[in-house]
Each structure stands twice: as C-alpha cells, then as structure tokens.
Design a binder for this molecule. Structure first.
Ligand SMILES: Nc1ncnc2c1ncn2[C@@H]1O[C@H](COP(=O)(O)OP(=O)(O)OP(=O)(O)O)[C@@H](O)[C@H]1O
Ligand SMILES: [Mg+2]
Length: 393
C-alpha cells in the first residue's frame, strides 16, 4: 500500500533535514519516492542544492521533489473550486475582488490547496511513498484540522450532503437567512465538500498516513511537542514516530557542554514518558549544517538504520478524550502493570500515571484547566479517568 509520511515540528528543529534524509533512504532502497514541501517558505531546493520546481523534479534515481505553489495549483487545477470557496465564504453578500484576495490569504487556505494536491498525487498512484515536509507546528495543526472545520462549516450553513439542494433552495432564505448560491456554484461546492471529506479520510487513515514529530531537547520545544502530540491524538491523527534532533554527541568533551548534556538528558527522559509507545529516534548534532545528498546520508547512516522505518509503526489509539454529561473522560492505554498499584496525579497541565516502574505523562488540552479528576477506573487495558468542573468556593 502506498504511504504518506508527514514531518512536522516547531520552526527550525530540523523538519526539512529529517524528511529529506528519509526520502534519500527510501529512494536508495528502491522505493519510488516523492518529497513534497507544503511550507510556503520552501527549502527543498536549498537542502538538495538544486532547483526543485512546482511540478515533480527528479533529484536522484527514484527520488522526486516538489515545492507546491498553491496559487499555481488554484489557477491550473482548481479554477472552478476556487470560485466555490470564494462564494461559500461570502455567499449572500456583495463583495468585490479585494475581499477575495483576503480570503485566499486566510490562514490555511493556501495550504489547503497543498493538501488537495497531495491527495491528488496519492490517488494517481505514481509513488510508493510521499514524504511531506510541512510548515512549523501551529500551521500544520490548523492545516490538518482545516478540512474538518471547512466541511463542518459547509454542513452547518449549506445543507450539502444531507438533503438534495434543489428541494431546499426555495425555502433557504427563510431557513438559513442566506441567499443560496446558484446551481453551478452548488455543484462546485459539492465537489469541494466531497474532496474535503476524502482528504480527511486519507489524512486519518492510520494505515496510509503517518505523522512524525521532530523536536530538539530544549524546554520550550519539548513543551510544544507534547501539546502538539496531544492535539494530534485528540483529532485522531496517527503519530507514529518522534525524532529528537541536535543531541550533543557523547564524545564531545568540553566543560561548556557538560551542563547542556545533563539538561538534554533530562528533556529526553521527559519526552520518553510522553511518547512511551512510539519509536523515538535520536539524531546527533553535527559539526556543520546538513547539506546535499552527502550531508543527508550522514543522518541516514547514523540514525535511520531501522528496519521498516517507512511502515506504520503503530495503529492503536493511545488516548481518547470524550465529553461526558458533567465533564470529560480521558481513556489511556495502560497495557501492563499491577493495576492495584496505580498512582495518578495532576502535575500542572499534565496528568501523571505511574504503576511500579511504568510512568506516563499525558499533556491535557486547555479546556481541562477548569476541571479536576473525579474518579478513575480500569476497563481491560484502558484506564478511564473522569474529570469534573472544579468547584470555586
Ligand atoms: N543535527 C543537525 N546538526 C547540524 N545542523 C543541523 C542539524 N539539524 C538541522 N541542522 C541545520 O539547521 C538548520 C535548520 O534545519 P531544517 O531546515 O532541517 O529545519 P526546519 O525544521 O525544516 O526549519 P523551518 O521551520 O525553518 O522549515 C539547517 O541549516 C540545517 O542544516
Ligand atoms: Mg523546513
């Protein structure tokens, strides 16, 4: 089965380097590979030291690169859809071309066309592996959520997919207080809606699409990586790998770095308690920038020498949040241990679970700040933790 692996992480942590190293390894292994950049500040051309174009460009045998240009995509492939998006956002109102520019610049809109392009390439079934080098965290998350948000919006404001539009049209003004768009626009919107639904299914298909996080052992970055992981889990994306980059090599003997090494170790331990059941891959800090195939090969040789690295590493859901009648329920996968010796406590914004030597930290969403744990119980290998709103005296 063809695969998509998306690399994401905070700005400057090494996403492009890590993604590109995987691409080189896959190509050498004989997989027909495409590396795609959705970051509008593309830098595949820099790392591969050759011009990568807005259509797939051959880099080495079996490896192609693509720097998606969303404007080019919109003009060339999604002309009518673009119009539908515009209409959807402003339907019922008279707006001029200027507003349209604003809509295209709406965060996520350009990237959305990048994702649609990836879906399109995936469906053409040309490559064994599509590697995505994405924009820094926040943007990627909103990007991944975008299809969901947009289809929710469409379902809410347009009766698409529920009842045939033609029946609703005459009453739409009263029922929805908006002027319904004309037939052509409805067709386009329906097309877009279907594409967005397919895109969602593709991104959440745990056997096709993996998300791999890149981080560095530094306080702020680790915190953001934990949050990012939690939100990706919450939205049910399959995160199945973590890369810790810029680890100071053991053989560096310089007193200045001794303290840094200790700090890095501390953050790496913390990371392990959060990412306990997905593979963690360490990448050392090299003495020079990563450049060209040669530089990438160093990462391949030192860190990516792992069997089946391109396969899905895990398909189970580690944790699940659910709204209950009077709060929230968090279900955590706790596969082993003496379940009577459970220790559970809240540490700031995390939940800490320990059973003997087994320890897990689960970052919680902001919504839970106003809640505290009311009870916990085991159901097979899952621990269900219930939260109720804090009582303010
Ligand atoms: N382990 C490493 N050792 C030495 N240099 C590194 C290492 N990892 C990355 N770099 C260098 O750090 C810089 C940033 O790396 P890279 O471009 O891969 O990060 P990024 O996460 O893609 O950044 P951005 O968020 O800007 O896209 C590059 O110059 C790269 O060569
Ligand atoms: Mg980058």
């Amino acid at each position: 089965m063809n695969r998509i692996i998306i690399f994401t992480g905070k700005g400057g942590v090494g996403k492009t380097s890590t993604a590109s190293a995987h691409a080189v390894k896959a190509a050498k292994q004989g997989m027909k590979t495409l590396i795609v950049s959705t970051d509008l500040a593309h830098n595949l051309s820099d790392i591969f030291m050759q011009e990568i174009k807005k259509e797939p460009t051959e880099i080495i045998e079996n490896l192609w690169g693509l720097e998606i240009d969303p404007n080019y995509e919109m003009e060339n492939y999604y002309g009518s859809i673009k119009e539908a998006v515009r209409k959807m956002m402003i339907f019922g109102e008279e707006k001029d071309e200027e507003t349209y520019e604003d809509i295209v610049a709406f965060p996520g809109m350009e990237e959305l066309f990048c994702l649609l392009k990836i879906k399109d390439i995936y469906e053409k079934n040309i490559y064994d592996l599509i590697i995505v080098d994405s924009a820094p965290t926040g943007e990627t998350l909103s990007l991944l959520k975008f299809p969901e948000l947009l289809s929710w919006y469409m379902e809410k404001f347009l009766p698409i997919g529920k009842v045939a539009l033609k029946f609703l049209r005459p009453i739409s003004k009263i029922a929805f207080k908006v002027e319904m768009p004309n037939k052509q626009a409805i067709n386009d919107m329906e097309k877009l809606y279907i594409m967005l639904s397919q895109l969602q299914l593709l991104l959440k298909n745990r056997e096709v699409c993996s998300i791999r996080l890149v981080t560095i052992p530094e306080k702020m970055v680790v915190e953001e990586t934990k949050r990012n992981y939690m939100y990706l889990n919450l939205y049910n994306f399959n995160v199945d790998g973590l890369y810790i980059n810029r680890i100071i090599p053991k053989d560096v003997n310089n007193s200045f770095f001794d303290e840094w090494k200790k700090l890095q170790k501390q953050y790496m331990d913390e990371i392990e308690s959060v990412f306990f059941n997905i593979p963690i891959i360490n990448i050392k800090w090299y003495e020079v920038d990563i450049n060209g195939i040669e530089g990438l090969n160093r990462i391949v040789k030192d860190s990516l020498n792992i069997k089946n690295i391109f396969e899905v590493q895990k398909i189970t859901v580690s944790e699940k949040f659910e709204k209950t009648k009077d709060g929230y329920k968090l279900e955590v996968y706790v596969p082993f241990g003496d379940k009577n010796a459970l220790d559970l406590y809240e540490t700031g914004t995390d939940i800490s679970i320990s059973i003997g030597n087994f320890k897990r930290n689960i970052p919680c969403p902001n919504t839970l700040k106003k809640y505290s744990i009311s009870k916990a119980k085991f159901n097979n290998d899952y621990l269900a933790i219930y939260f109720m709103e804090k009582v303010v005296k």
